[in-house]
Design a protein around this ligand. Sequence first.
Ligand code: PMP
Length: 426
Amino acid sequence: MNVPPVCYSHKRNRITDSPISYFMKMALENPHLISLAAGLVDEGSLPAAAIARATDSILGNPATAKAALQYGTTQGNASLRDRVLRHICAMDGVTPEAINLSANDVVLTTGSQQLLYLVGEILLDPGDIVITEAPSYFVYHSLLQTMDVRVLTVPMDGEGMDLQALEERLHHLEKTGQLDRLKLIYTVDYFQNPTGLSLSTPRRQKLVELAKRYSTKHRILILEDAAYRELRFEGPDLPSIKRYDETNEFVISSYTFSKPCAPGLKIGYGLMPQELVGPIVDLKGSHDFGSSNFSQVIIERLMQTGEYHQHVEELAKTYRRKRDAMLAALQSNFSDWPEVRWTTPAGGLYVWLSFPESINTGPEGTLVGKGVEEGVLYVPGEFGHVAVEGNVPTNEARLSYGVVTVDRIPEAIRRLRRAADQLGLS
Ligand code: PMP
């Protein structure tokens, strides 16, 4: 009997093969590769001992064991919500009370990726518009693709999103009657994935002003993806965009424990306008009715004992060493090639490398293939750009020093240079 085909939803049919599967395939087929592609965290620093101590002590006590192993609430453990709120406020130099925020404005999620998804689901209909930086976090682009929304992009410079270009975009949308389709402006404002750049302090304030000014018929919300904020190893901490949203009406801030602690715990948290909390929690209810209670209890214990903060401090030092090793290797391998440029991140996991236009770094290009032959893998910059808007640069690459060990970084960059040399263009 002929088995008829599965009839997938429109949503499923919009999902294309994720760039992640491309890297996994590459890495699996080529075990000799040094991967600068994976966004994974440093493995030597994962807080295994602290988590083991926390777990023992939680499970060793019947009352806390029950709390950890039972279902929790959809919004998340109230005492952890209070703690993370105080944590964000402390980074911003304020108290929740002083700015009228409470644990009720916080939702704990299954990684921050879930929050990005839930926000999209409660706000966006097909044809709606989201503005992102170019380039931006490529998994967010895939997410928007499943929602069939229009993505408009704004270029970046050394201070993050170019707000003059944003203002021109907003003005154009207004003039052409499309402003009512714009729902969201998404920015990775600390040590961005993929460029490593941060939004400057004056621009943080201006971004909120712009969202307010152009919120005529409905509110234009800012989605502040602060996933890398705590991985800062240089310079002062910058105030969050949320800090300039004095009435808590325009900014949704998304944080995670994946980068500063352990992705395996898979807990993120969002601070948002109060009226969004209900819709987000209702929808999350049908996703998972609450994120892992066990993970939440462990995180709370680590924050309570101070081990979390100690860990983040040590981790920042590790990433600084890795960043330094990568910059030094780039300098010694590429300084004779002046058109090759790279960013100097003050935190996070990524360096953004630009070659002259004649070098194609993309998945169809030759550099990636030569790189694999030489034994190094990176993320083609193309993945961070959206194809819907004209020309996508094909000469950029995201290099991550997250999971690679510090001693292998010089060799990885030497391999990259050898791959580029084989193209005979330098
Ligand atoms: N935002 C950004 C910018 C990221 O790079 C990532 C992970 N790579 C996430 C969100 C989601 O991570 P998680 O769900 O583990 O919090």
